[in-house]
Write a protein that binds this ligand. Structure first.
Ligand SMILES: [Zn+2]
Length: 125
């Protein structure tokens, strides 16, 4: 699936995902998509309108960061951007997004849990 991001088209393929994560990754177990990304939920109250309006969501994100790295709301997980499926979560409550972002253990565990999910569909090309 091609997605416009920062002005350039990006192709979410098995090859690209392996490049990003530097290891073999499984596609979304629900829809087979390679368009998934790590989520580290911070104290943001995003509603449906924000999802449709990325500018608003980014505004809230910036506001949450203005007093330093925000505390995480809890779990970190991979989420599929095609079907909304969320992978198994690693609990990161009470830590900042910056701390967790630099923690190779959390990162490794998130990837392991995602890859452990039993696929229901064949991967998308
Ligand atoms: Zn999916």
């Amino acid at each position: 699936m091609a997605v416009r991001e920062g002005g350039e088209m990006k192709e979410y393929t098995e090859k690209r995902i392996k490049m990003i994560y530097n290891q073999d990754m499984n596609p979304c177990p629900v829809c087979g998509s390679w368009h998934f990304r790590a989520q580290t939920p911070i104290q943001l109250e995003l509603d449906a309108g924000d999802i449709e309006n990325p500018r608003k969501a980014i505004g809230k994100f910036v506001a949450a960061h203005k007093d330093g790295p925000p505390m995480l709301k809890g779990p970190c997980f991979f989420m599929c951007f095609d079907c909304g499926h969320k992978g198994p979560a690693v609990d990161c409550s009470g830590r900042t997004s910056e701390e967790v972002g630099q923690d190779p253990v959390v990162w490794k565990e998130m990837k392991r849990l995602w890859n452990e999910q039993a696929p229901n569909v064949a991967p998308k090309a």
